[in-house]
Design a protein around this ligand. Structure first.
Ligand code: F0G
Length: 399
């Protein structure tokens, strides 16, 4: 299979068997391999059979994910999420993964690799979804998990989930970006395996969101793929997925990526507005706590993805996010606030004439509605009416 870790900046390479996230030159590393010869026919056959690891929407694509020989992956299994058609767009609902977010796709690969490397503990910084996913996969693999979270800034559901799966939570007095800096330092000095999206194996798993949505569309590439953009791991992963799918001939044309940021956490949008001439860092604030990130680690990878796909970056306000969430929830699908940036972004880009209604567009819903129950209640179109336990009170309330 001949997999290597290759630096995106200087092309230096390292074996996949070493613990390394960055090149000596400081560039992020990516797993690169010989051209993938497996393709749609075999992937479709595995999806229909659903036996063993073929039931995983990640490991079904294993030739392009990670060569593990006869080892068994740490899998729940994940992926195989639904595609809904509403409002003239498709929604790929990654909130239907085992822990309720797309993070499980990358985590199955990163934790499988952690076990292969002999790690005893795994760590991440998180706004809540990565930590929940990490804790679940670490529990399954009997690894200790340590998560660094910004104190008071992740939803109660995500925190509860992370703790319930058995992680040790370090509540950092600071924002996500300071937690991220700290976990990078701590994992190196304490010898703990880091599974944030700077980990190249996470990216390999997250590529399968794109591959599976192409499979859902019978390998006919859409015009647009729309994603929320926070730490930018997914944006980078989507670019790599599309590059590899196109190079392998699975799709005939390259879809365009639209990465959507919250206006209060928009460093990548600001950089895009300057043709990526400079990198921005902001003090982030948004209701979409999952993407409350001011200094995204995968900045360079994300630029490559936007350039490769002739993509765009847009920003949406918290009010636009909540309005879009109300529509997605009201359609009976539901998602957490960060995911609603996608539909809010489509509406804005259509109004600006960048996207057209006759184009095939796939919005990736990254997290489940229950991930942030407080936000769901706040933006809900349904209402609660307190009543006495009498029929008269029911009639009065509904009348
Ligand atoms: N949507 C959700 C629901 C997320 O949890 C995240 C990131 C994103 C979108 C953005 O993805 O970082 O790859 O650009 N959540 C991370 C976490 C930061 O810790 O759970 P990205």
């Amino acid at each position: 299979m001949n997999e290597k870790l290759v630096c995106a900046q200087c092309a230096a390479s390292y074996p996949v068997s070493v613990v390394r996230y960055e090149c000596d030159c400081g560039g992020l590393l990516a797993v690169e391999r010989e051209p993938i010869t497996a393709g749609p026919a075999i992937f479709d056959e595995r999806r229909a059979s659903r036996r063993g690891i073929d039931a995983s929407g990640v490991w079904r694509f294993r030739e392009g994910v990670l060569f593990i020989g006869n080892d068994l992956p740490v899998s729940h299994p994940e992926g195989d999420t639904r595609l809904y058609e509403r409002f003239g767009v498709f929604f790929k609902h990654e909130g239907e993964n085992p822990t309720g977010s797309f993070k499980d796709r990358g985590m199955t690969v990163a934790v499988t690799q952690a076990v292969r490397l002999g790690a005893r503990a795994v760590a991440c910084a998180s706004t809540g979804n990565t930590s929940a996913s990490l804790a679940a996969y670490a529990a399954q693999a009997n690894l200790k998990s340590v998560v660094f979270i910004p104190a008071g800034k992740i939803s109660a559901g995500k925190l509860g989930q992370t703790l319930a799966y058995g992680a040790t939570c370090l509540e950092v007095r600071g924002d996500f970006d300071s937690a991220m800096r700290l976990v990078r330092e701590a994992s190196t000095s304490l010898g703990i395996y880091l599974v944030n999206s700077i980990n190249p194996f996470r990216i390999e798993g997250q590529k399968t969101i794109v591959w599976e949505l192409l499979q859902d569309l019978r390998w006919k590439a859409p015009d647009w793929i729309v994603i929320p953009a926070g730490n930018l791991g997914n944006t980078g992963a989507f670019g790599k997925a599309l590059r590899e799918a196109h190079a392998a001939g699975w799709i005939a044309k390259m879809p365009r990526l639209a990465a959507i940021q919250a206006a209060g956490a928009n460093p990548f949008y600001q950089s895009y507005r300057q043709q990526f001439a400079s990198r921005f860092r902001v003090a982030a604030e948004t209701i979409a706590t999952a993407i409350r990130i001011g200094d995204p680690v995968s900045h360079d990878r994300a630029i490559a993805a936007i350039r490769l796909t002739n993509g765009v970056v847009e920003q949406v306000t918290d009010d636009e996010i909540l309005a879009a969430k109300r529509e997605i929830d009201g359609a009976g699908i539901g998602c957490e606030p960060a995911s609603a940036t996608t539909w809010a972004g489509v509406k804005k880009l259509r109004a600006a004439g960048v996207m057209r209604e006759n184009e095939t567009t796939v919005c990736v819903l990254t997290g489940h509605i229950l991930k942030d129950a407080e936000a769901a209640v706040r933006s809900a179109s349904g209402r609660t009416i307190a009543i006495e336990p009498t029929l008269a009170a029911v009639e009065k309330a509904l009348g």
